[in-house]
Write a protein that binds this ligand. Structure first.
Ligand SMILES: C[S@@+](CC[C@H](N)C(=O)[O-])C[C@H]1O[C@@H](n2cnc3c(N)ncnc32)[C@H](O)[C@@H]1O
Length: 270
């Protein structure tokens, strides 16, 4: 027997079962998991307290959450580009039956799995690209496509794939730049009309050849007109615009003669 003043030897048996809740353990694990983009509250311990956007994405969620039912019992959710799982966790906490979060980044997926385990929430996190979501079977009541559109070289290719997965609602968020105003446009313009393209409200996407905000994965940044016209053009009806960068939509005209826009475009029949 060791003398009473000696610390007790640590063995696997002395680690309490279940998810970690002790502050020091949490802090150590949070740090081990690298830099966090999502500031999650893990039993009072923040994961990214010094985020350059403030308490992110809580600052967004406080507006967006009002557009989503508080009780999601029985709902299914697909969170694309889930990062550390902030939105997946919120949807699960509202009672969603099944939440699938997908991302291509192993570090973020590890953070998301750790957060869900710590909060004792059952969420499926899978490594999968946005360009592969049409390989997932079935549809989801809620599809979240947030903070990813402008990171893609092929944004409409992704959006038109995502449409196939939307059962009830798409929650779409993107960085926007340029005009935040929308105007009504004619159905058609003559070939010689150039002026319309000088109107700052005309739908436009800014292409970033080098880098924006020190991030070379920012490729196409739309103005508000481009977001709304793109969503409509992909067959969605815009139901709500809860904050400047977020739109909540429902599928409306996603197929033509029973075929999705993506499939028609790919085989040249659109
Ligand atoms: C700016 S973060 C947005 C995170 C979260 N959706 C949000 O709104 O806070 C972009 C996320 O998309 C992920 N991502 C980047 N390219 C992707 C791709 N091709 N497929 C799926 N996720 C991707 C990144 O790893 C990152 O977690």
């Amino acid at each position: 027997m060791p003398p009473l003043s000696d610390p007790l030897p640590i063995s696997a048996d002395s680690v309490p079962p279940g998810p970690p809740t002790h502050e020091a353990t949490l802090l150590r694990r949070i740090e081990e998991l690298g830099d966090w983009f999502h500031n999650l509250d893990l039993h009072g311990v923040p994961t990214a307290p010094h985020h350059f956007l403030g308490d992110f994405p809580n600052i967004k969620w406080k507006h967006i959450s009002e557009g989503i039912p508080e009780d999601l019992t029985g709902a299914t959710v697909l969170d694309i580009g889930c990062n550390a799982g902030f939105y997946s966790l919120q949807m699960k906490q509202r009672g969603a039956e099944y939440v699938l979060g997908v991302d291509v980044d192993d570090r973020y997926l590890s953070q998301a799995r750790f957060a869900a385990e710590t909060l004792d929430l059952e969420i499926d996190f899978q490594k999968r690209s946005v360009y592969d979501v049409d390989q997932i079977s079935g549809q989801f009541d809620y599809v979240l496509f947030m903070g990813l559109f402008y990171h893609l070289r092929y944004p409409l290719f992704a959006l038109d794939k995502i449409i196939k997965k939307v059962g009830k609602r798409l929650v779409f968020q993107t960085m926007i730049r340029g005009s935040q105003e929308v105007s009504l446009w004619d159905e058609d313009y003559p070939f010689w009309n150039n002026e319309v393209f000088s109107d700052p409200n005309f739908p436009a996407m800014y292409f970033i050849e080098q880098s924006y905000s020190n991030d070379p994965t920012n490729w196409w940044i739309p103005n508000r007109g481009a977001v709304e016209s793109t969503l409509r053009s992909s067959g969605l009806e815009i139901l709500q615009h809860p904050e400047s960068e977020t739109w909540i939509c429902a599928p409306c005209n996603v197929t033509r003669d029973g075929r999705y826009i993506l499939d028609m475009e790919l085989d040249g029949t659109l």
